[in-house]
Structures are given as C-alpha cells and as structure tokens.
Write a protein that binds this ligand. Structure first.
Ligand SMILES: [Zn+2]
Length: 115
C-alpha cells in the first residue's frame, strides 16, 4: 500500500517535471524568436560583405557581422533596453531578467552566425 502510494507520487512528480520542462522550453523559444526579430530589425548591413551586422548587447553603437565577423561602429542601437523591455516581468526579477536576456541574446547571436 505504502509502496503503491509512493510510486503514484513519484509518477505525479515526473509528470509535473515534464510539463514544467515543456513549458519552459516554449517560453525560451518564444523569447529567442523575439530576440531574433529585434536583432534583424536593429541590425545594419555590413560594409565588408553586406551580411547582417547585429547590435552587440554590451555596446551602445557597435555591430558584428553574422557572415564575416567584421565589427563596426555606427548609429546608436538600444538592443539591451529593447530586449529587457520585452522580457520585463515583475520588477523584483530585474536581475534574473537581465541574466536571462544575456543568455538568450548569446544563444540567438551564435545561432545566427552559424546559419
Ligand atoms: Zn560582413
């Protein structure tokens, strides 16, 4: 009896875990596609190869070409602010949002560079 209860409880936890992972994945993918759109919208054409120069998160006016890796300075972008605005949740979570924004930016930027 006790064993049966425990097995049922374990299954329930596994189920909740799967749902959580699934939900989390959807959330991350949604955020990635938002960031990708922002990078494409805010990006500029590379002068070396006319590939897409995407704004560099930690800078105010620097871009990096996803095709040839050329870096250049141009008009100011607000990529950090734009991304954070999209991710803004509860104000108490600001720090969490920032590290999540950086992680998602890095992942999207590197996937764009490969493709
Ligand atoms: Zn280029």
């Amino acid at each position: 009896m006790l064993r049966k209860l425990r097995d049922t409880a374990l299954k329930a936890v596994e189920f909740v875990g799967d749902k959580y992972v699934e939900g989390h994945e959807k959330e991350v993918n949604a955020r990635k596609s938002i960031v990708r759109d922002l990078l494409e919208r805010e990006g500029l054409s590379c002068k070396e190869c006319s590939g897409l120069g995407i704004p560099i998160y930690t800078t105010e006016n620097k871009y990096r070409c996803v095709k040839c890796d050329h870096q250049f300075a141009s008009t100011n972008h607000n990529i950090r602010t734009l991304i954070l605005q999209h991710f803004e949740g509860r104000p108490r979570n600001r720090h969490k949002n920032e590290s999540s924004a950086v992680a998602i930016y890095s992942s999207v930027a590197s996937s764009m560079s490969k493709g």
